[in-house]
Design a binder for this molecule. Structure first.
Ligand code: BG6
Length: 483
């Protein structure tokens, strides 16, 4: 018998900058990812602006070309049986520089078409308002989220979306993986903070001064305020609207039972994982951050009334992405690759994916319980999946590794539901193949649908159902009973 509730959201997730393409079409302006080049597992993506396509590959420019394939793609999602689709809107498609007064009508029309197409198949959209795709204009002109003016600009953008898409969209996420800004690597690619020195790659670990850390945490504070105001606005415009937060699942364990390792682990999950949802769901900064701010000389620029805004703008549901787990030691050696190191020391008990991300379904049950225990609000997994190379042969893709990965994670979710966690949905990442955020590679595939394109953006862009497509279809049809 299925352990999943009848109204469970079986979905899939994408982000516009990694999936949509059409980066100059329909009046769209440039966003930060449009300036980031292709990387690899071992080399960072780089920021190259002005854009020079004769020299560099920019993965977001074509991505999976959803811009021209959305009807076909939504039909495939419907065929797989999805009842929710997580997608994002590119701010720079609605406001090309990010700070215009009036929205770009072509951008508004594009997403309206997408939402109407979803409605045709009874697929509920879950829309991320900002998923690593800040308009470049806001980085250039304002220094990104370091500038408090971004709050009003974001609220104006969100207001436009809530008004335009009233009745078509009910589920919203304010910022993708908001805790990315609590890590140094998020400064420019996520926050658009040009004044923070250091690399512009997605994975570079950057040594920061207290002034730079203060700038970054002020930027994060600005996002908290923007998010809280947006929650209220969404409710005021349509009481049907539900707004959630979205946290990067920076999950880990202590490496050993040594008490010092336990303390180091506690500090890591508090600062890296729970700090942001503590603010967004509980409505105030958690006590444990004070010492961290004090000892690192971090001063956050707040304004009078901010505490009230946070108190009154708490989210309706809590979501997180879940990929690898790491281990934490009291004295952790710094390694160069932030994408892996961000999670901590590798766990000796777990197998790794081709991209070095370990696979830990049991940890998903553990962290679902941790999240639910803290917030007691409906929980959604808004990203999870295995990035792996696939082979297209005679129109078929056999991907038993992906099926196994997903099966184990769905089993872990059903255990968490039995534990009593109010889990309401599962959005496997890159449900249709898309370009990776960390490396920009198309070859790091997550989807149940294959897109015929390579890392350089060459190919037919035809879509093919993988074996995992039929597997997920059967899972959805049986409401999780048939794994
Ligand atoms: C999450 C991001 O951190 O991880 C996605 O929200 C990203 O945008 C996903 O794609 C997987 O990472 P990657 O680098 O494999 O694409």
């Amino acid at each position: 018998m299925s352990k999943f509730p009848n109204n469970f959201f079986w979905g899939g997730a994408t982000a516009a900058n990694q999936f949509e393409g059409g980066y100059k079409e329909g009046g769209k302006g440039l966003s930060i990812p449009d300036t980031l080049t292709l990387g690899t597992k071992d080399t960072d993506r780089e920021y190259h602006y002005p854009i020079d396509e004769s020299k560099y590959t920019y993965p977001s420019h074509k991505a999976s070309d959803f811009y021209h394939h959305y009807k076909e793609d939504i039909k495939l999602l419907a065929e797989a049986g999805l009842n929710m689709y997580r997608m994002s809107i590119q701010w720079s498609r609605i406001f090309p520089n990010g700070d215009e007064d009036k929205p770009n009508p072509e951008g508004i029309a594009f997403y309206r078409n997408v939402f109407e197409e979803l409605k045709k198949y009874n697929i509920e959209p879950l829309v991320t308002i900002s998923h690593y795709e800040l308009p470049l204009g806001l980085a250039e002109k304002y220094d990104g989220w370091a500038n408090r003016k971004l709050i009003d600009l974001y609220v104006h953008y969100a207001n436009t979306l809530f008004t335009e898409y009233k009745g078509l969209v009910r589920y919203w996420l304010t910022f993708n993986e908001i805790n990315s800004l609590s890590m140094p690597s998020g400064g420019f690619p996520v926050g658009g903070i040009k004044s923070i020195a250091g690399g512009h790659g997605m994975t570079t670990q950057i040594e920061e001064t207290s002034v730079q850390m203060s700038t970054r945490f002020t930027a994060l504070h600005n996002q908290f305020i923007a998010s809280a105001r947006t929650v209220n606005l969404a409710h005021a415009i349509d009481p049907e609207n539900k707004v959630g937060c979205m946290i990067a699942g920076m999950t880990s364990y202590p490496l050993t039972p040594k008490p010092e390792d336990m303390l180091a682990w506690q500090e890591k999950i508090q600062q890296g994982l729970f700090f942001c949802p503590d603010v967004q769901s509980n409505g105030e900064y958690p006590y444990y951050m004070n010492r961290f701010f004090r000892e690192n000389g971090i001063v956050i620029s707040k304004e009078k009334g901010d505490d009230e805004v946070l108190k009154n703008g708490t989210v309706d549901f809590v979501t997180f992405s879940y990929y690898p787990t790491g281990c934490v030691q009291a004295k952790e050696e710094k390694k160069s690759n932030g994408a892996i190191n961000a999670f901590g020391t590798p766990n000796p008990y777990l197998k790794k994916s081709q991209w070095g991300w370990n696979i830990d379904p049991v940890g998903l049950r553990f962290y679902l319980n941790e999240f639910y225990r803290r917030y007691k609000k409906p929980i959604m997994i808004t990203e999870n999946g295995l990035g792996a190379e696939d082979k297209l042969e005679n129109g078929k893709i056999h991907d038993p590794y992906r099926i196994e990965y997903m099966r184990q994670h769905v089993e872990a979710m059903s255990e968490a539901i039995k534990d009593g966690v109010n889990l309401i949905g599962y959005m496997p990442w890159g449900i249709i193949d898309l370009t990776a955020a960390s490396t920009g590679q198309m070859s790091k595939r997550y989807g149940i649908v294959y897109v015929d394109a390579d890392d350089q953006g060459r190919g037919t862009f035809d879509r093919y159902r993988k074996d995992s497509f039929y597997w997920y279809q059967q899972v959805i049809n049986s409401n999780g009973a048939n794994l």
